[in-house]
Design a protein around this ligand. Structure first.
Ligand code: NAP
Length: 250
């Protein structure tokens, strides 16, 4: 796969799965815009990721935006266009959880998760559509989740947001198919990240029992799939949800 001189914007790209995606796309030659949300130490973390990307010999920029804000995301796309002049690949990766059983879930927990995961993905899809239609080329890849397909107790808000991402992906794929734009989603299962690192070995072993391939996935497993969907090797694939979950959802 070769992404030389392609321009990719990855939301929530400075850490976790997003960072692995940035590194993989850069290894394949893409120049990268790393989105982060300007809060606490996040700018320094994003700058560290930028340095790692530049060390791979590509161009990289960092761009702050809260993806749940239409205005923020509009500015973010303008900044990336000013620096790079085009956007070939958009990876909607930014996401949050606010888990609780329905009996205890607050309205604010539902709204926050929908605003970042679903509205945030819509905001970015909305702004990039005009850009990619003019280019007559683009790859839009959004991070869904196994729980958007199977559900999960304690994640009514999160699973609704990810099921929504899947529905938007299929609808937008139909709208943009004739314009040379592929729109797909990746649905990770349990992936080893900071989120799952805090779990005890016992809990991890328990989780693994429900995974046919028997182990948690890695951020590289997800990044490799995103890279395939970002490349022209997947040019005949659109409107699909690729599961990276060790076989959980089959
Ligand atoms: P993560 O480490 O928490 O990364 C999420 C990134 O999104 C962080 O950099 C975060 O920044 C950023 N972000 C959060 N809210 C944002 C906002 N409003 N605007 C811009 N950026 C924002 O989580 P991850 O595990 O890598 O997950 C990445 C994606 O994969 C998410 O969409 C997640 O739902 C999905 N996923 C993960 C798993 C898993 O097992 N890890 C499984 C299925 C799906 P801050 O840290 O500063 O908030």
């Amino acid at each position: 796969m070769d992404l030389t001189n392609k321009i990719a914007l990855v939301t929530g790209g400075s850490q976790g799965i997003g960072k692995a995606v940035c590194l993989k796309l850069a290894q394949l030659g893409a120049n990268i815009a790393v989105n982060y949300i300007d809060f606490g130490n996040n700018k320094a973390i994003a700058e560290e990721t930028q340095k790692e990307l530049e060390a791979l010999g590509v161009k990289a920029m960092i761009v702050s935006a809260d993806v749940s804000s239409f205005e923020d995301t509009e500015k973010m796309f303008a900044e990336v266009m000013e620096k790079f002049g085009r956007i070939d690949i958009l990876v909607n990766n930014a996401g949050i959880t606010k888990d609780n059983l329905m009996m205890r879930m607050k309205e604010a927990d539902f709204d926050a998760v929908i605003n970042v995961n679903l509205k945030g993905t819509w905001n970015c899809m909305k702004h990039v559509t005009r850009i990619m239609m003019k280019q007559k080329y683009g790859k839009i890849i959004s991070m869904a989740s196994v729980v958007g397909v199977m559900g999960n107790a304690g994640q009514v808000n999160y699973s609704a947001s990810k099921a929504g991402v899947i529905g938007m992906t299929m609808s937008l794929a139909r709208e943009l198919a004739s314009r040379g734009i592929n729109v797909n989603a990746v649905a990770p299962g349990f992936i080893q990240t900071d989120m799952t690192a805090v779990l005890s070995d016992e809990v991890k072993a328990d989780l693994a029992k429900n995974i046919p391939l028997g182990t948690l996935g890695t951020v590289e497993d997800v990044a490799n799939t995103v890279a395939f969907l970002a490349s022209d090797e997947s040019k005949y694939i659109t409107g699909q949800v690729i599961h990276v979950d060790g076989g959980m959802a089959m």
